[in-house]
Design a protein. Structure first.
Ligand code: COA
Length: 354
């Protein structure tokens, strides 16, 4: 039976470290508040005007390619997950292809827009492509440059202190050995789409109010063709930043993480006692400890690095998995569980025999 396996893994974190105390210089917050509520101590921000989401992704990709022992020309499909792309379009997949200098046009490039669960979705898509025999070296990337799109004033502190920049990547290949991806499960529920969202710019023209019952006036012209995406009013009123109902997200996350992990275990005829290492999406240390308790895992069985990098959304799982592997926490034969929950809402998990 053909399965997909992770043949190489890489990560890249920009060198600029911003501690919680650094953030107190630009907004009303405190190291104590951020640590207590999220576990975050510091995060990385990319170098403005020099780095982009694509360049971060490219650095992680090159490491994954090298560790897989292949040449970049061997990559036959790219899947790029991000919520902070360089451009509105085209997506980051083709930009990464160009950045890596892959000139072959026989490869495909796909963009995934599933925010915090983007990497799990991307991994699952790669898994299906490999199992079907369509591709042999799929480059799966999660990369984010949040620092260019957050509100660093006190008004935006509930969101901006949480997120950081970074990238992680894996090369997925087919294997006939008794290892690799055992199961992936994906879920979505669009009912609460605006509870964690970045809605401007967009084509809604205010139409989404129907669903949210908010009374925000975006200053869109009432009729006429060619309406503009970003209105002066949006800029004046700071309506061009991500919005999040933190507690709502928190409550659903702690419920969905354990459920979807359990689903992958059942699919593979395994139990939570079989897990060697859980690498949860790094959303919040409190969410991770809740999931840990629910699954009855010891501290050494859960890998967290949100303390150093914050929430890097689609990049958080490949960065954490890479770091866990580099530090020797992931060994041959280990059962590794990956899980994420985020905007959409979308959530998912993957179970891998390393
Ligand atoms: N520094 C200081 N105070 C802050 C702050 C900050 N960075 N951000 C918010 N506050 C204040 C609020 O203004 C509020 O003040 P008030 O009581 O005077 O009105 C108070 O802290 C509590 O805010 P609240 O939003 O209720 O805090 P919380 O305990 O829910 O923690 C989160 C906020 C965002 C850390 C938490 O809800 C969370 O982690 N949710 C999950 C989010 C997540 O994981 N998102 C990623 C996608 S999976």
């Amino acid at each position: 039976m053909v399965r997909s396996k992770i043949a190489g893994i890489g990560k890249y974190l920009p060198c600029n470290v911003f501690t919680n105390n650094d953030l107190t210089k630009v907004m009303d917050t405190s190291d104590e508040w951020i640590r207590e509520r999220t576990g975050i101590e510091e995060r990385r921000y990319a170098t403005k005007h020099k780095e982009t989401t694509t360049t971060l992704g490219a650095k992680a990709s090159l490491q994954a390619i090298e560790r897989a022992g292949i040449a970049k020309e061997d990559v036959d499909f790219i899947i790029f997950a991000t919520l902070s792309p360089d451009y509105y379009f085209p997506g980051s997949g083709v930009l990464l292809q160009r950045e890596l200098g892959i000139t072959s046009t026989s490869i495909g490039a796909l963009d995934i827009r599933n925010q915090c669960s983007g990497f799990i979705y991307a991994l699952s898509v790669a898994d299906q492509f490999i199992k079907s025999g369509m591709y042999k070296n799929v480059l799966v990337v999660g990369a984010e440059m949040h620092s260019m799109g957050l509100d660093f004033s006190t008004k935006g502190r509930g969101v901006s202190v949480i997120f950081g920049d970074g990238a992680g990547a894996v090369i997925m290949q087919p294997t006939n050995e008794d290892k690799g991806v055992l199961s992936t499960k994906l879920h979505s529920d669009g009912t609460y789409a605006e509870k964690l969202a970045f809605i401007n710019p967009g084509s809604h023209g205010g139409y989404h109010k129907k669903y949210t019952n908010d009374d925000i006036d975006y200053g869109f012209p009432k009729d006429g063709l060619g309406e503009i995406f970003i209105t002066p009013k949006m800029l004046e009123d700071d309506l061009v930043y991500p919005q999040m109902e933190g507690q709502f997200v928190f409550k659903l996350a702690v419920q969905k993480f354990p459920e979807v992990i359990q689903e992958t275990l059942e699919d593979a005829n395994l139990t939570k006692g079989d897990i060697d290492l859980l690498v949860p999406h790094q959303a919040n240390l409190r969410i991770a400890s809740f999931v840990q308790k629910k699954l009855g895992l010891e501290d050494h069985q859960v890998f967290n690095n949100i303390q150093k990098y914050g929430n890097t959304t689609a990049a958080s799982i490949p960065i954490a998995l890479c770091e866990a592997w580099e530090q020797g926490h992931v060994k041959e034969g280990n059962l590794v569980s990956l899980a994420a929950f985020g905007s959409g809402f979308t959530w998912g998990a993957a179970l891998i025999r390393w």
